[in-house]
Design a protein around this ligand. Structure first.
Ligand code: IPM
Ligand code: MG
Length: 357
């Protein structure tokens, strides 16, 4: 079982460090992972002038799974676009064909007060957002900024292309129907078919694919309404499926329902179950290097890795139970801290999870 570890930038190395310790603590349980570290993002630009260097590409392609921290930082924002850390992330997703991004938003009862919504609105919340990850306006061509003749003479125009093929929609629809079958058999597909042809096709294909899943109750929702319903009555949702762009936005929104973006893991899978696992939060440059970041989203990402790529359900469940236990013990990093709880740093949180294991 080969894992390519990509700590990345900002708080990345700190949180990945704790996740790796958790995986090592499970060695006695048959979790025998070979881990090798490489560079992705800003650190790779600094070292090799490329956010997704050849050495990383090689290692990531050979590995069964990838564990990623986070990429990016303000010092890279002025670099040419192809050298930005985010390009490294988009590059590895595309290169490995990781089209299915699973982003669960689960509210831990201990953190009900950390949510900005009323506890009764979010109590028991358990949503899975399935986001398409290798298509849409993120990758569509043509794209660019160029000077064109306009009514008032020459001016710059910026443009991107929103595009989905039927097969791309069908394969992500299948992933979401399969996920719904393992949960409460409710799937909501999110689009903007009242305006965008691309998402009319999305709705048509998802509707067609539903014929193969008669046990799943499929509904459709326009993205603006979905954004509203997520804060009005989030518990109406079980599984949501949507494109790359809408999924990016809705998954950040959903994360806040649970109190902290520092708690949420994600999996990005290819057709065969190879996956890249990462917290959904970013590199948090403002707190990097201070040892205060919340490692739980990354630790929970390792649980997803054991479950989805390696089929080690028992070990995955043990990690998740250990996280629940440390929360029940009252341990909190700064992002989820409240009065009466014990404030801990990144490493102490890792220690506590390992002890709970
Ligand atoms: C995410 C991030 C990325 C995205 C950025 C960093 C390129 O926001 O994983 O949600 O937009 O996909
Ligand atoms: Mg995002």
């Amino acid at each position: 079982m080969k894992v390519c570890v990509l700590p990345g930038d900002g708080i990345g190395p700190e949180i990945v460090g704790q996740a790796v310790r958790v995986l090592e603590a499970l060695r006695q349980d048959g979790v025998k992972l070979e881990m090798e570290t490489a560079l992705l993002g800003g650190c790779a630009v600094d070292a090799a002038g490329d956010p997704y260097p050849e050495a990383t590409r090689k290692l990531a392609r050979q590995a069964d799974a990838v564990l990623l921290g986070a990429v990016g930082g303000p010092q890279y924002d002025t670099l040419p676009r192809e050298q930005r850390p985010e390009r490294g992330l988009l590059g590895i997703r595309k290169d490995l064909g990781l089209f299915a991004n699973l982003r669960p938003a689960v509210l831990y009862p201990e953190l009900a007060n950390a949510s900005s919504l009323k506890p009764e609105v979010v109590a028991g919340l358990d949503i899975l957002i399935v986001r398409e990850l290798t298509g849409d306006i993120y990758f569509g061509e043509p794209r660019g900024i160029e000077t064109r003749d306009g009514a008032n003479g020459k001016e710059r125009v910026g443009f991107n292309t929103m595009i989905y093929s039927e097969s791309e929609i069908r394969r992500i629809a299948r992933v979401s129907f399969e996920a719904a079958m393992k949960r409460n058999r409710k799937l909501c597909s999110v689009d903007k078919m009242n305006v965008l042809e691309c998402t009319q096709l999305w709705r048509d294909v998802v509707t067609d694919e539903a014929k193969n899943y008669p046990d799943v109750a499929l509904s459709h929702m326009l993205v603006d309404n979905a954004a509203m319903q997520l804060v009005r009555n989030p518990k109406q949702f079980d599984v949501m499926v949507t494109g790359n762009m809408f999924g990016d936005i809705l998954s950040d929104e959903a994360s806040m329902l649970t109190g902290s973006i520092g708690m949420l893991p994600s999996a990005s899978l290819d057709e065969k179950g190879k996956g890249l696992y990462e917290p959904i939060h970013g590199s948090a440059p403002d707190i990097a290097g201070q040892g205060v970041a919340n490692p739980l989203a990354t630790i929970l990402s390792t649980a997803m890795m054991l479950r989805y790529t390696f089929g080690l359900e028992a070990a995955a469940a043990r990690i998740e139970a250990a996280v629940k236990k440390v929360l029940a013990q009252g341990l909190r990093t700064g992002d989820i801290h409240e009065a009466g709880m014990k404030k801990v740093g990144t490493r102490e949180m890792g220690d506590a999870v390992i002890a709970a294991l």
